[in-house]
Design a protein around this ligand. Structure first.
Ligand SMILES: Nc1ncnc2c1ncn2[C@@H]1O[C@H](COP(=O)(O)OP(=O)(O)OP(=O)(O)O)[C@@H](O)[C@H]1O
Length: 606
């Protein structure tokens, strides 16, 4: 059993979550929030005035029937009716304005929440993106973020509105007939319990099934995105993937329907008992009116008050249940917003120095991915100097890309250190450090934006029309590709958007290479930069490469040893270790892995 302090802690945490959500609402749209509150006050009090006027009108009609001066009585009745009509007009006006304010505020909150979710998605490290749990958390947060805060505000406003109405109406009803008023409250309780119980069940089911929902979403994406369209058709995978998708959806459908069915039955039982009690109490009042204990005006006011009271009470209980549900689901959003970057920023960051003779030093660096039980890098020591090219070679999975991720501080080493002119990388702000590194990874990004923007993204400190963009394109051999596009640098690349031009893989790679070249950085890292380039283009890129890196330290990763030959120092990696290092000539003389690999590749060309 859960202890009392534990329950209390949960309740406090829940209340804090709602508080945080309301804070988000306030920050996103203070003006709209004030308008909603003012409208609420008007909307919750005017119906009561109208109700009272109704009673006064009916009683005036009753007296008018018996009165001698019928004209005067009628004039008074008309005046009352006009007054009541005006009150109702104002109610209708308020309700239209509320709708408008509501839509405007919901949009504002949604945009604000987009900003918050995007900021967090940028803030967290790469490690999160390489971890499936993060994607579950992100998916749950995204489902909630854009509507839950405005939902909470609505629930709270409705709660306030209904509570005001309920307090006033129940006062009226208790004064009128307390036993019958008690029925109103008692009969609503089972419905509340049913709603709370099944809201909890639905929440836990949703949480448990995020991974399956994400898998279904992934299969849907496989079937509908451009990247997989070729293989899906050629390997005839369409029906297989579609069938797997249906199986997952069927499981989700079955489970959610079971919960909904149980909830529907329980709620029907609760409602039946409530309806029986309500109509029973109507009978009692009708009987007492017939006996002359109540007037006709009393009877009508009672009926209306009871109906309004019921709907206000249902509203109060509904809002409470809704808030309980919001509170459960908000924990998904906060779980995401509370994620902290694991690559820690220094409290007093140092400025990144100019690379000189000390260069960049990996000192006995070892690293293990958090999600893996194997070491990705073991005891790596190497040095990078400005103006020099270092090449990393090794079979797939040897750890080459991992080493680059550590250099960019996408992860920190588990052992050893990496220094930049003698200072540990951890002493620099990550943005400052990364500004000094230009990387093109094997899985470089393809932005479905203009050709110019694709290159400019490498150095957004430049004006978007800077001459350096064309220079970089020229050095990467992308200039030719771009000049043949219909709108040259203004052509949208890819097929996502209208008038987009698709490029070949090699052409995309040239654009990515230009993006790396445009960056004014001290370190240039090319991870398989020319794997998709034709031999002539590759030759041209490497001819320009030397001029390009006059003051930069360069790392080149390649499986083509003919490319690697030109490096000043080649490190050969195997299973996360450096097993050989030296110039091409030294390594060839040394024999071993490199010489063997080089001979094998060379033989194929002879
Ligand atoms: N995010 C990750 N989480 C866990 N393990 C990873 C992750 N990324 C890579 N690895 C593992 O780390 C090892 C080194 O991978 P890395 O990508 O550095 O190899 P590589 O030498 O660049 O290979 P390739 O030549 O195929 O690009 C591999 O065994 C790989 O399975």
């Amino acid at each position: 059993m859960t202890s009392f302090p534990h329950k209390l802690k949960h309740k406090i945490q829940g209340a804090l979550r709602l508080g945080r959500a309301l804070q988000l609402v306030w920050q996103s749209s203070p003006g709209w929030t004030i308008s909603r509150i003012l409208l609420l006050v008007v909307q919750s009090t005017l119906p009561l005035l109208s109700l009272y006027l109704m009673k006064v009108i009916i009683d005036a009609v009753s007296t008018g029937i018996a009165s001698a001066n019928k004209e005067a009585a009628f004039r008074q009745i008309v005046l009352l009716i006009v007054f009541n009509g005006t009150v109702n007009l104002v109610i209708a006006l308020c309700s239209s304005v509320t709708e408008l304010v509501n839509t405007a505020q919901t949009e504002k909150i949604t945009d604000y929440m987009y900003g918050i979710v995007h900021a967090k998605a940028i803030e967290v490290d790469l490690e999160y993106y390489e971890n499936s749990q993060y994607h579950d958390t992100l998916q749950r947060a995204q489902q909630e973020a854009y509507f839950r805060p405005s939902h909470i505000l609505n629930s709270l406003l409705q709660l306030a509105e209904n509570t005001i109405s309920l307090v006033a109406i129940s006062g009226l009803l208790f004064w009128f007939h307390w036993e019958v008023a008690a029925v109103l409250f008692i009969t609503a309780v089972p419905g509340l319990f049913v709603r709370l119980k099944y809201a909890g069940q639905m929440y836990h089911w949703n949480h448990k099934r995020t991974a399956i929902k994400r898998k279904a979403y992934y299969l849907d994406w496989l079937l509908t995105n451009n990247g997989h369209a070729k293989e899906i058709r050629l390997f005839d995978l369409g029906s297989l993937i579609s069938c797997r998708f249906r199986q997952l959806r069927k499981q989700l459908y079955r489970e959610s329907l079971t919960i909904s069915q149980k909830s529907a039955i329980a709620s029907l039982v609760a409602q039946t008992s409530s309806i029986l009690a309500v109509y029973g109490s109507y009978c009692v009042i009708a009987y007492q009116t017939v006996k002359g204990i109540f007037t006709l005006g009393d009877l009508i006011m009672y009926y209306q008050a009871f109906q309004k009271g019921q709907s206000a009470l249902q509203g109060v209980l509904g809002s409470l249940a809704g808030l309980y549900e919001d509170n459960l689901f908000l924990s998904n959003l906060h779980e995401f917003l509370d994620l902290k970057p694991k690559v820690v920023e220094p409290l007093h960051p140092l400025p990144v120095p100019q690379l000189q003779e000390k260069g960049i030093q990996f000192q006995s660096v070892s690293f293990q991915y958090p999600s893996s039980d194997r070491q990705g890098l073991k005891n790596i020591s190497l040095n990078l100097q400005p103006g020099k090219v270092v090449a990393l070679v090794g079979e797939n999975g040897a750890g080459k890309t991992t080493l680059i991720k550590l250099l960019c501080r996408l992860y920190d080493p588990t052992e050893g250190s990496i220094t930049f002119e003698g200072e540990d990388l951890r002493s620099f702000a990550t943005t400052d450090l990364r500004r000094q590194i230009s990387v093109i990874f094997q899985d470089y990004a393809k932005y479905h934006l203009t050709a110019k923007e694709n290159i400019w993204f490498g150095n957004i400190d430049l004006p978007p029309d800077d001459r350096l963009i064309k220079d970089a394109a020229y050095k990467a051999g992308a200039d030719d590709v771009i000049s043949r596009l219909p709108n040259s640098y203004e052509t949208i690349l890819g097929t996502w958007f209208q008038h987009g031009e698709e490029l070949s893989i090699g052409q995309w790679q040239k654009i990515a290479l230009a993006r790396a070249f445009v960056r004014d950085a001290q370190i240039l890292v090319l991870d398989e930069p020319t794997s998709a380039l034709d031999a002539k283009a590759e030759e041209e890129v490497f001819q320009k490469f030397r001029q390009l890196i006059q003051r930069q330290a360069a790392i080149l990763i390649s499986h083509r040893l003919s490319t690697v030959k030109m490096a000043d120092c080649i490190y050969v990696m195997e299973h996360g270790r450096i097993v050989q290092s030296g110039t091409h000539e030294e390594l060839m003389k040394m024999g071993g892995s490199y010489a063997h690999l080089f001979e094998t590749q060379a033989k194929n060309y002879r």
